[in-house]
Design a protein around this ligand. Sequence first.
Ligand SMILES: O=c1nc[nH]c2c1ncn2[C@H]1C[C@H](O)[C@@H](COP(=O)(O)OP(=O)(O)OP(=O)(O)O)O1
Ligand SMILES: [Mg+2]
Length: 198
Amino acid sequence: MMTFDELVLASHNAGKLKELQAMLGDAVRVRSVGEFSDVEPEETGLSFIENAILKARNAARVSGLPALADDSGLAVDHLGGAPGIYSARYADGQGDAANNAKLLEALRDVPDAERGAQFVCALALVRHADDPLPIVCEGLWHGRILHAPRGEHGFGYDPLFWVPEQHCSSAELAPADKNRLSHRARAMAQLRARLGLA
Ligand SMILES: O=c1nc[nH]c2c1ncn2[C@H]1C[C@H](O)[C@@H](COP(=O)(O)OP(=O)(O)OP(=O)(O)O)O1
Ligand SMILES: [Mg+2]
C-alpha cells in the first residue's frame, strides 16, 4: 500500500488488527483508530460493504488520515446466512465464547452435509472522510461448522470453522497460513490489485 505513507485501520478488534497489519507488511505506517477515539461507530448498514464504508469514514474523520476498514462475519447456510453482519452481536454483545456457544446450539443435531458456511470480509478504503469513491473489496472463505471448538489460534468463530482443504479448523492453522487463505486474505489480494500493487 505504497500509495500512502500512513493509514489508519478502522477496527477495535485486536485479532483483526493483527491480521491486517501482518498482511500490509512494512509498506505503510499503520495506526489504529483506537489511538484517536474509543467510540465505536454504530454499525447501522444492512450489508458488510455499507458497514465497512461507515467504519472507514468514521476512522478517517477522527484521525485525519486515509482509513481502511474491515467488516466481516460468518454466514451459515442452514441459518439462511445468519449471523452474517450481526456476527459480532450474535449473542447480544457477550463476546466470542457466547457467540460460539449460541451457534453450536443453533446447529445442534444438524448433520455435517448441512453445516456449510462462509466467512465474509468486506474491506473499504477511503482517502478522507467524505471520499466519494471508496475502494471496496470482498473475500469469501468456504468451510463447515464443527460440532465442538478446536484450536487456539485466531479469534472469533475460528475454533468452529472447519477448513476442508487443510483438514483442520481455522484456529488450528498457523497464523501465516490463515493469512494466506482467509476471506480477509482474499479481500486484501483484491485491494492490492485495485491499487496496482503486486
Ligand atoms: O477471521 C475470522 N475468524 C473468526 N471470526 C471472524 C473472522 N472474521 C470475522 N469474524 C467474526 C468476529 C466477529 O464476531 C465478526 C466481525 O464483526 P465486525 O463488526 O466486522 O468486527 P468487530 O466488531 O469485532 O470489530 P470492528 O467492527 O471494530 O472492526 O465476525
Ligand atoms: Mg464491529
